[in-house]
Ligand binder design. Sequence first.
Ligand code: ADP
Ligand code: ASP
Ligand code: MG
Length: 422
Amino acid sequence: MRKIIVQKFGGTSVADTEKIKNVAKIVIKEKENGNDVVVVVSAMGHTTDYLVKMAKDLTPNPSEREMDMLLSTGEGVSIALLAMAIQAQGYDAVSYNAMQIGIMTENIHSKARILGIKTDKLKQNLKEGKIIVIAGFQGVTEDGEITTLGRGGSDTSAVALAAALNAERCDIYTDVEGVYTTDPRVVPHASKLKEISYEEMLELAHAGANVLHPRSVETAKLNNVPLRVRSSFILNDLGTLILGVDKMELNKPVAGVAQDLSQARIVVCDVPDKPGVAARLFSQLAKENISVDMIIQSYARKVSNTNDIAFTVDKSDLNKTVSALEALKNEIGATGEIEVDENIAKVSIVGAGMIDRPGVASAMFETLASQGINIRMISTSEIKISCLVDKDQAPLAVKALHTVFNLDSDAVADVKGDLPDV
Ligand code: ADP
Ligand code: ASP
Ligand code: MG
């Protein structure tokens, strides 16, 4: 039986028609290798950022439904152009958006999860020898409403399609040569990893390493989809393979460092120190689909019998969070301010090798202290330690931690494309 390969190309890889021709060549080569090919593409270049900017020019709080209507248009352009580019080379190709296939999601706008994918039409098209080009990032609800999966979500579309089609592999083609020990745009001497475990990659992605959408790694792990990250521009390098931790040797405590500049910190001050308050607060945020990351509750002040609850949320949820807290303040009896700080960054070290190795946390804190960096919050998991620091100190923190944990390489990483200037 022929094998199915899912390939995903990000924004930089399809930024203009020349790059789309380059992608068509890569796709056709895989087809010529004797495989069935399903391609997932993102919107061209910085299209999604420009669409967001246009909406924000009109209103600070655009409705989530209309944002999904708007943002899902970006991928519609790139799928049609790529299908044409493949056809121009004499191959049979067809493009589909998520509605035409049935990439079914939850009924939640802006960060819907995929619930299932209908594969009949896809399998039929593959049988007919067609190369299929599918719009990433978008989905559809039972009621026919258009949804999106969250920024960077095309990776998740690709992995979910690979899982649904029982594909041999999912290749994520991007503007760097693979997964590095940290963002090579921040540390040019970052080292490329030949392989990394699903667990570590998941933590790194959650910690801000946007080379992969966190839910794509989660989906790959859950469905045992072999996942590879590689460059669209440098084809003689096979990139990074993401696989189960049991297959790896862990010779370093830290596999990678990440920074997340997209969070905001909120403090609800003077909250009564009694059972049920945190439960009420966070259940309301959950009801409104707001994901909370780091949480700290201060030690209760004896005189007032109150404490402060501090936590972080994604900046895109900040307005919604503050409105929810204002509405809840009286009910939970909070008498202080609701403080908001957007000038923060989360810096994390990740490594399965830190389990049972004492001294990793203290080495992190000492390194930050030696650079004069103040730690505002700390959170840990079995294989990750995160510190909240001032935003402008994040690059310095990442560089220092990268060096201390022996991750620097002699070579300079090759990064194509600019960062968005919106
Ligand atoms: P695409 O448009 O192909 O989806 P993204 O911009 O979403 O590309 O992801 C690739 C970018 O991820 C790289 O250009 C790099 O700046 C960034 N990045 C962050 N952390 C890492 C890391 N650990 N390894 C590689 N790239 C990283
Ligand atoms: N185009 C979407 C974004 O820019 C999805 C993606 O690129 O993965 O976030
Ligand atoms: Mg991406």
